[in-house]
Design a binder for this molecule. Structure first.
Ligand SMILES: Cc1cc2nc3c(=O)[nH]c(=O)nc-3n(C[C@H](O)[C@H](O)[C@H](O)COP(=O)(O)OP(=O)(O)OC[C@H]3O[C@@H](n4cnc5c(N)ncnc54)[C@H](O)[C@@H]3O)c2cc1C
Length: 396
């Protein structure tokens, strides 16, 4: 999509040198327990920040690099080359929370949270979905009632990724039950250590506890933790969600590139023409995806896009499923091993990590808004096709 100019090339070489000297070795995607992964990622985030390479997209006044988009893309390319860990467990904080605070937060909110996020001291989750509000997010019913300088919150969220390890939550609540549904929603920052919160992890088919139900009983949230104005939350959460389908995909696509490189090594070990051809065709597709991501981000940076990130999300999630399915066929029976047995083997190549990656790949056709909804968005807002009949706007 773009060629390195001499300045960008120098930047690339400096970062490459840093990665070669500092990136953790022997680390593999999906090959450790969530707790170990968290510690690997926290330590890597701190190393990046200490080396002056942390939070590339943040402004320098908040401790970020203020890197250009081209520099951020270069860093992701170099991360993939070096097999550096993506700091996904801090992704909600570094990407979603930062984007929301920078655009809509108060200076006090930014100063309270951004430094601790950078130190790896704050983990965040997102409390948007509810049992009756997924695709139709505006139907959410968790209630917040104003009481002086506080809101009192009652209700339930579901599918909150990492809530069991999180300190804070980006929360959507209903403050006006009478207004048209997307006009009565408020966005607040919730301290998950507050009294009245019960977090129940949901065990996924991976065997891990990736997401949670969160219950609120008379939880007190100061009005100073509100983002934007009361009842303006719908508009604000669109920024958070667009981030999830755009910039957030940089490390995710980086992970897929790493898996594609691993598939190349697998094909080499198998040594057949067929395996080589399969690996080559996925290499071509992952390259196309990376180009599409670069293009979407560059367009977004110039304010020319938004909804096109849905194309990216659909393509990424379905490619990831196809790639990991093909890898399972290459690996054969070992792919059926599940964590932790999958990683006790001596072999570097044949283990169960592809099974983990494959199961995990299915989540992305739902997370961040299902692919059916993304196709509706592409049809209506990108291609200009007639709108799906519905009483009022409800697409997340
Ligand atoms: C791995 C993972 C992580 C997640 N993390 C979080 C999180 O951190 N925080 C959070 O708040 N939520 C999270 N979610 C929830 C996610 O955003 C919702 O699951 C998603 O928006 C779909 O909502 P739903 O599950 O209620 O399905 P529903 O909305 O009930 O949809 C059920 C099915 O109907 C289809 N459908 C619904 N409406 C339409 C329509 N208008 N046209 C065509 N098809 C339609 C959907 O595509 C889907 O296939 C996560 C989900 C996953 C899988």
């Amino acid at each position: 999509m773009f060629e390195d100019d001499p300045e960008l090339q120098a930047f690339r070489l400096r970062y490459r040198e840093f990665l070669d000297a500092n990136a953790p070795r022997g680390w593999r995607v999906n090959a450790t327990s969530p707790d170990t992964t968290l510690e690997i990622q926290r330590s890597w985030l701190r190393t990046l920040v200490a080396g002056g390479w942390g939070a590339a997209h943040w402004p320098t006044e908040y401790g970020g690099m203020g890197a250009t988009l081209a520099q951020q893309i270069v860093m992701q390319q170099e991360n993939a080359r070096a097999g550096a860990p993506a700091v996904t467990m801090f992704g909600m904080a570094l990407v979603h929370v930062a984007a929301t605070l920078l655009e809509f937060g108060t200076p006090e909110q930014r100063h309270e949270h951004m430094p601790s996020i950078l130190r790896g001291d704050e983990i965040w989750c997102q409390g948007f979905s509810e049992p009756g509000a997924g695709s139709d997010l505006a139907a959410l019913s968790t209630r917040a009632v104003r009481d002086g300088d506080n809101y009192i919150i009652n209700g339930q969220k579901i599918w909150s990724s990492g809530a069991n390890r999180a300190d804070w939550c980006l929360l959507l609540v209903r403050t006006d039950p009478i207004a048209v549904k997307h006009k009565g929603i408020t966005f607040v920052l919730l301290d998950l250590h507050s009294p009245g919160i019960e977090i129940r992890p949901i065990k996924s088919l991976l065997g891990s506890q990736e997401f949670c139900e969160v219950f609120f009983t008379d939880v007190v949230v100061p009005v100073s933790n509100r983002i934007g104005e009361e009842n303006e939350g719908w508009h604000i959460c669109q920024t958070t969600l667009a981030t999830e389908r755009g910039p957030y995909l940089l490390p995710v696509v980086n992970k897929l590139r790493g898996e594609c490189a691993e598939m190349g090594r697998l094909a080499e070990a198998i040594g057949t023409d067929h395996a080589a051809q399969v690996a080559a065709s996925f290499h071509a597709e992952v390259t196309i995806l990376s180009e599409l991501l670069d293009r979407t981000l560059i367009k977004a940076a110039f304010g020319k896009s938004g909804n096109e990130s849905s194309i990216l999300k659909v393509y990424y999630s379905e490619l990831s499923q196809r790639l990991t399915t093909a890898a399972l066929e290459m690996v054969g029976l070992d792919a059926q091993l599940s964590w932790p047995e999958a990683f006790d083997l001596n072999s570097d190549t044949f283990d169960g990590s592809w099974g983990m990656s494959h199961y995990w790949s299915w989540s992305w056709t739902i997370a961040g808004g299902s692919n059916e909804i993304q196709r509706n968005i592409i049809g209506e807002r990108v291609l200009g096709l007639p709108r799906e009949p519905r009483p009022e706007a409800k697409v997340r």
